[in-house]
Design a protein around this ligand. Structure first.
Ligand SMILES: [Zn+2]
Length: 481
């Protein structure tokens, strides 16, 4: 089966923080899982270069916008590499391919769905969206704590209202599956409360001509959110490439991984636009929670975003991936702190898989029991499949942790080093191959999560007498001393 997995594309008005690392790692874990099962997977990530927020930040820094966007987009691409994200394409919405795809998509929209109208609204530049008076709290955007700007202009509108019933049915019948359930309910309530047509262009003058002009009307720029959503098509080479034909088709599995603040765009606007353009719909939308830092919400404006790069350097990509995916429920918010990361690292990685690995390789060498063919039981794998395919990464990792603890406990009880001392080959042949086989199974299950350590385990299991005994996860001293 062809499988297509995407992250949202962040706007690049600053360098990435730990929150976006979570989304990258979730998408990559899914991707590695399906590839490991033999599926043909394409993973897309990228950057939203066209957001007006990028222009505002570039001005504040006194830097040319294009140069500013290049630099920050590069930082996001570096983060993907540092985390070992196995993406197939990194799409930038400032690129020519994307511009062409957006124009093609606009022209493919049902022409009855577009019209022009004068519009008065309250615009939040932080959200890059119009807010209705009932969205405001004390006159402020509740997310950005800033007053919206009154804007009056003539824009293109998309007939979203026309798709209300169709969208409701598609989600009710799980043609588009939304995870988790509480977000699915929120989306359905939003749709049932009535969909209004949406403005899908902006005055080019008001936003410094930054972005993609409306085809045939250079005075209008395509609303950045519409432009950004189309990255999921342009990233495949819409609408004329083999890649596009292979991954965006009715019978491919298309999964969007997004944060909880952008479901309106992905679960409502995007499917309606695709219906209008006569294109296949995404199958699954997985909505994750956010990371707080030391108990506080992360915000670019709050200035408490944690830079993931030095953390990856100190702990390793595997450890950061492990922490992000295991620290909490994937659908709820969860907290990041260096103390929590250090503690999870020492408990689950250094004392868990790291300890089990070095014990078993050492025992295998000392015992001289020949290594047999290693296989992982399918029952063991199926347990894992149900968790990963429903995005419950923490449950998947808990299952692996329990298996590691259980083998470590058996080793303590059976004391194989005593059998080695007595040269009791019969006992060793009875217990050791089973443990090695189970370590192999653990490595299989860890494949989506900690790819570097899995590779080391697999190489060592092939030639235990030849590999250097290195520690997979050397203990780290906690910052409290
Ligand atoms: Zn806002």
């Amino acid at each position: 089966m062809s499988i297509y997995i995407t992250t949202a594309i962040p706007y690049v008005n600053s360098s990435p923080h730990i929150g976006f690392a979570l989304e990258l790692v979730q998408a990559d874990a899914l991707c590695r899982y399906y590839r490991w099962r033999g599926e043909d997977v394409f993973l897309l990530t990228g950057s939203d270069d066209n957001a007006f927020k990028n222009v505002i930040s570039a001005r504040e820094h006194g830097i040319d916008v294009a140069e500013f966007v290049d630099r920050n987009s590069g930082a996001f691409q570096n983060l993907s590499r540092e985390l070992g994200v196995s993406y197939n394409n990194f799409i930038r919405t400032s690129g020519t391919q994307h511009h062409q795809s957006v124009h093609q998509f606009w022209r493919n929209l049902n022409s009855n769905d577009l019209y022009r109208k004068n519009y008065n609204g309250l615009y939040c530049f932080g959200c890059e969206d119009f807010l209705s008076p009932k969205d405001l709290v004390d006159g402020l955007c509740p997310e950005h704590l800033a007053p919206p700007t009154p804007v009056a202009e003539k824009n293109y509108f998309f007939r979203l209202s026309k798709y209300q019933l169709q969208l409701e049915k598609l989600i009710e019948n799980n043609v588009i599956e939304i995870y988790p359930e509480h977000c699915r309910n929120e989306v359905l309530t939003f749709i049932r409360n009535g969909l209004h047509d949406i403005s899908i262009s902006r005055s080019a003058e008001r936003i410094d001509n930054w972005g993609i002009p409306v085809p045939g009307d250079p005075d209008q720029v395509i609303y950045v959110w519409i432009d950004a959503l189309i990255n999921y098509l342009s990233g495949l080479g819409y609408n004329d490439s083999d890649c596009w034909r292979k991954y965006w088709r009715e019978d491919s599995l298309k999964i969007h991984v997004i944060g909880k603040n952008v479901w309106k765009f992905h679960a409502v606007y995007w499917p309606a636009l695709l219906l209008s353009a006569g294109l296949p719909l995404p199958n699954k939308i997985f909505i994750h929670g956010f990371f707080t830092v030391n108990g506080r919400k992360i915000g670019k404006s709050l200035g408490n975003g944690v830079d993931p790069t030095p953390i990856i350097r100190d702990f390793g990509a595997d450890a950061v991936r492990y922490y992000l995916l295991s620290a909490g429920q994937p659908f709820n918010d969860c907290d990041f702190s260096l103390e929590k990361l250090t503690s999870a690292y020492n408990t689950n990685l250094a004392n868990g898989i790291g300890n089990l690995f070095s014990r078993l390789i050492k025992l295998s060498r000392q015992s001289k029991v020949p290594v047999r063919q290693l296989t992982t039981s399918s029952a063991f794998l199926e347990k894992q499949a149900a968790n990963v395919e429903s995005f419950r990464f923490n449950t998947a990792l808990n299952f692996i942790r329990d298996e590691i603890t259980s083998i470590n406990r058996e080793i303590d009880q059976q004391k194989p080093w005593e059998a080695i001392k007595r040269c009791d080959i019969l006992t060793l042949e009875r217990i050791l191959p089973d443990w090695l086989n189970r370590l192999h199974g653990i490595a299989d299950l860890l494949t989506p999560f900690t790819p570097e350590c899995v590779e080391k385990i697999k190489i060592a299991l092939q030639r235990p007498d030849n590999c250097p005994v290195e520690q997979l996860f050397p203990r780290i001293k906690s910052s409290n001393g």
